[in-house]
Design a protein around this ligand. Structure first.
Ligand SMILES: CC(C)(COP(=O)(O)OP(=O)(O)OC[C@H]1O[C@@H](n2cnc3c(N)ncnc32)[C@H](O)[C@@H]1OP(=O)(O)O)[C@@H](O)C(=O)NCCC(=O)NCCS
Length: 170
């Protein structure tokens, strides 16, 4: 079940992000560039103020998290998509990101983007499967970071309104 995250969830979310990051990225990041923990409680609480966080609860336990930031009138950014290792490959990441995409479209955003690591082939595959394409590569000491972007579909009611506007201008 997807739910809003509240500040009481902060410690659990922090542990999920740091555990999942360690399990996944330790093997691909050179030691000198690997940040452990990747996130502090202070930074997470700051992000709580500026982003929309959603969690996936599985019988009371949080199995995964994802966040949406509004970057401009038209563009949003997806952050902190982390699923606990034992809950991966069960569709939870897809459910969380799809939920945030719907929310973003309802807020009037037209596109979403995110930053990931090129060598994290699981993440690149995951986002490609969701319709994101690689739009920018940034050279880093550990290889490349990549921006991936997706144009959002208009929410149903906007699509209907735009259609009637098009029809009336013909
Ligand atoms: C990337 C991540 C969020 C995916 O979440 P998930 O819940 O496991 O993904 P889903 O079950 O919704 O997977 C959907 C599709 O994505 C792709 N995918 C997901 N994990 C994959 C993996 N390890 N390897 C290759 N493809 C993968 C597959 O196409 C998958 O469909 P399939 O299972 O039918 O083959 C999760 O693996 C994770 O938390 N990884 C560690 C943190 C991370 O890298 N986050 C992204 C930061 S930018």
């Amino acid at each position: 079940m997807i739910a809003r995250a509240c500040s009481d969830d902060a410690e659990e979310i922090l542990s999920i992000i740091n555990t999942s990051n360690r399990e996944s990225y330790k093997k691909i990041m050179p030691k000198e560039h690997f940040r452990e923990p990747v996130l502090s409680l202070e930074k997470l609480l700051e992000d709580f103020e500026s982003m929309t966080f959603r969690v996936h609860r599985n019988q009371g336990t949080i199995a995964g998290v994802a966040a949406l930031e509004t970057e401009s009138e038209e563009t949003g950014r997806i952050h902190w998509v982390y699923i606990l290792p034992e809950y991966q490959r069960q569709g939870i990441g897809t459910a969380l990101v799809t939920h945030l995409e719907r929310k973003a479209a309802e807020m009037g955003l037209r596109r979403l983007r995110l930053l990931t690591v090129e060598k994290a082939c699981w993440a690149v595959n995951f986002y490609k499967r969701l319709g994101y394409s690689l739009t920018e590569k940034i050279e880093r000491p550990w290889g490349f970071d990549v921006f991936m972007t997706k144009e959002l579909e208009l929410p149903q009611r906007d699509a209907a309104r735009d259609h009637s506007l098009e029809a009336s201008s013909e």
